[in-house]
Design a protein. Structure first.
Length: 137
């Protein structure tokens, strides 16, 4: 399953994949290499994620051409506290990528970081726990 979240004021998208396989990710996204543009997901790159509970990468959604950040959660068999830990960890990576995307080099106030990390973590956890996030939450 892949769920999409709009960052609102930022011109990018958060994608959260949970229980997604190689084929679904490969069909849906092109992956940013930072040096050579966007490429297809390879078996080698996907295989390197095997020992991770979560991975965050910059992507381009093929169908819509939306640029964004994909968080792949591989936490099906973990206790909830480990899932929350992984979600927060990946959220921090998303925020780092967001700052780079919008051209912020020195970071932003810690309170802004806290709110952004909280929002991304909430989005990730909503996918993992299968609970919808509404705009008022």
């Amino acid at each position: 399953m892949i769920v999409t979240f709009d960052f609102g004021i930022f011109p990018t998208t958060l994608f959260v994949a949970y229980k997604s396989d190689f084929e679904q990710l490969q069909e849906t996204f092109a992956f940013d290499t930072e040096d050579n543009g966007y490429v297809e997901l390879s078996d080698k790159r996907f295989g390197s994620w095997d020992n991770s509970n979560g991975v965050t990468v910059s992507v381009l959604e093929k169908e819509t051409i939306k640029k964004g950040f994909l968080v792949v959660m591989a936490t099906e068999d973990l206790p909830i506290h480990e899932i929350a830990n992984t979600a927060a960890h990946e959220a921090a990576h998303v925020i780092d990528m967001l700052y780079k995307f919008i051209g912020v080099e020195d970071g932003i106030d810690t309170e802004i970081n806290a709110y952004l990390i909280g929002w991304v973590t909430k989005c990730i956890m909503s996918v993992v726990t299968n609970k919808e996030v509404t705009e008022n939450e």
